[in-house]
Design a protein around this ligand. Structure first.
Ligand code: NAI
Length: 365
C-alpha cells in the first residue's frame, strides 16, 4: 500500500522509457528512478544514496547511470535492461532511516517490476534488506536465497579485466612487479587490492579515508598517494575505484600510465575523453564492461533455478573476452575503446541478443 504522503510524478526525458520523481514529506524521501531501456529484460540498477546539491544534479547523475546500466547489461548478457535510482540524502547525517527506505520501497513497488533495485554507493546490503520488507523487486540481499554482496564479484571481474588490459597493451601475461594505482579503497577497491597483491603487483593506494590507506599499507605494503596527486603519479595501471566523472581534458594530460582500468562507473567526464586517452596512447578498459561482475552476479539470483555462485563466477570470468573483442573493434575502426563498447552494446540491443526468455524469479520472498 502506498502511504498517503508518497508522491510519484512521471517526467518525460528523451531516450528514456520512464523517469519518476518521488517525494514523501512524512519520511523526508526525495528520490528519482530512471528506467532507460527494457528491450532485453526488466531494468536493474543500484540505489545511490548521496547528498546531491540539488535535484538537477541528481537527475543528471541518475540518467547517466541508468544508460550505463543498459550498456553494461547488454554486453554482459544478463537478460536485463538498464535503470538506476538516486535518493537525495546524506547517509553520514542519519538521513537514511528505515521509514525513508520503506517509503522508497513502496514507490519501487508501484512500478510493478519494471525497475529492480540493488545496492550502490551509500546503500549497503543491510539497507536493501530493509527495502525488501516492502517490495520484492530488489536483489543483492543477505537472504540465503539471494546473491549477497556484489562487490566480491565486481572486484574479481575488475582484477581479470586489469590483467587482460595489461596483456592487450604490453603482451605480458603477468602483473608481477606492475605498478597499479588504486583510487578508492571501498567495498570493491579493498578486495581488488588483495587480488593484485597475490598477483605480485606493486601497489599504490589512495583514499580520502586515511584509516583505509593505513590498513592497505600495513596488510600489503602498499605505498600511499596523496588524493590531490593521483592523476600525475607514475604508475603502469591507473585503477579508478571511487566516484565517476574523474577523467577530464585537464587531468588526462597529466596521466602517467599505460592503462586505465577500474571499477568506478562513468569514469570519463565527457565522450571526448575517450579519444583523448587514445591519442595519449593509454588503453582504457570501458568502465561498464570491466565492472560488470556485480550485475552479472545478481542476475543469477533471478534465474528460475535460483542463485548459483559457480555459474556467476563462470560468467564473470568472460569479462576479459569481452574486453578483447572491444579492443579489437577500437583498433579496426581507429576509435576509442568506450566508443567501441557502445557500438557493441547498441548492436546487441538492436538485434535483441541474449534477451531474457523467462522470469525474473524472486526467490527471497
Ligand atoms: P564504496 O562507497 O564502498 O567506496 C568508495 C571509496 O572511494 C570510499 O572508500 C571513499 O572514501 C573513496 N573515495 C571517494 N572519493 C575519493 C577520492 N576523490 N579519492 C580517493 N578516494 C575516494 O564504493 P564501492 O562499492 O567500492 O564502488 C566504487 C565504485 O565502483 C563506484 O563508482 C561504484 O559505482 C562502482 N561500482 C561498484 C560496484 C559494486 O559491486 N559495489 C559495481 C559496479 C560499479
Amino acid at each position: 500500500m502506498i502511504t498517503s504522503t508518497l508522491q510519484i510524478e512521471s517526467i518525460n526525458v528523451d531516450g528514456y522509457e520512464k523517469v519518476v520523481k518521488i517525494r514523501d514529506e512524512a519520511t523526508g524521501l526525495h528520490a528519482i528512478v530512471a528506467v532507460h531501456n527494457t528491450k532485453l529484460g526488466p531494468a536493474l540498477g543500484g540505489i545511490r544514496i548521496y547528498p546531491y546539491a540539488d535535484t538537477e544534479s541528481a537527475l543528471v547523475d541518475v540518467l547517466r547511470l541508468a544508460k550505463g546500466m543498459t550498456y553494461k547489461s547488454a554486453i554482459a548478457a544478463t537478460g536485463l535492461g538498464g535503470g538506476k535510482s538516486v535518493i537525495i540524502a546524506d547517509p553520514r547525517k542519519g538521513h537514511k532511516t528505515t521509514a525513508l527506505l520503506h517509503s522508497f520501497a513502496e514507490a519501487i513497488n508501484s512500478l510493478g517490476g519494471e525497475y529492480i533495485c540493488a545496492e550502490d554507493v551509500g546503500c549497503s546490503t543491510t539497507d536493501v534488506d530493509v527495502i525488501s520488507k516492502k517490495t520484492p523487486f530488489v536483489v543483492g540481499l543477505t537472504h540465503e536465497k539471494s546473491s549477497g554482496d556484489p562487490s566480491i564479484f565486481t572486484a574479481y571481474g575488475t582484477y581479470e579485466g586489469i590483467l587482460s588490459s595489461w596483456k592487450a597493451k604490453t603482451r605480458s601475461t603477468s602483473l608481477e612487479g606492475v605498478k597499479v594505482l588504486i583510487q578508492g579503497l571501498g567495498a570493491v577497491g579493498e578486495k581488488l587490492v588483495e587480488w593484485l597483491f597475490w598477483a605480485g603487483a606493486k601497489l599504490l593506494v589512495c583514499d580520502l579515508d586515511s584509516a583505509k590507506v593505513q590498513e592497505m599499507k600495513k596488510k600489503y605494503g602498499a605505498e600511499s598517494i596523496d588524493p590531490h596527486l593521483v592523476y600525475e603519479a607514475d604508475c603502469d595501471v591507473f585503477s579508478p575505484c571511487a566516484m565517476g566523472g574523474i577523467l577530464n581534458e585537464e587531468n588526462i594530460k597529466k596521466l602517467n600510465c599505460k592503462v586505465v582500468a577500474g571499477c568506478a562507473n562513468n569514469q570519463l567526464l565527457t565522450p571526448q575523453d575517450d579519444r583523448r586517452l587514445l591519442e595519449k596512447g593509454i588503453l582504457y578498459a570501458p568502465d561498464f564492461v570491466i565492472n560488470a561482475g556485480g550485475i552479472i552476479n545478481v542476475s543469477f539470483e533471478l534465474q528460475k533455478q535460483g542463485y548459483c555462485s559457480q555459474l556467476a563466477r563462470e560468467a564473470v570470468s568472460k569479462i576479459p573476452l569481452r574486453l578483447e573483442a572491444i579492443f579489437q573493434i577500437a583498433i579496426e575502426k581507429n576509435i576509442g575503446t568506450q566508443e567501441a563498447a557502445i557500438i557493441l552494446a547498441e548492436d546487441r540491443l538492436k538485434n535483441l541478443i541474449d534477451k531474457r526468455v523467462d522470469g525474473p524469479y524472486f526467490h527471497h520472498q
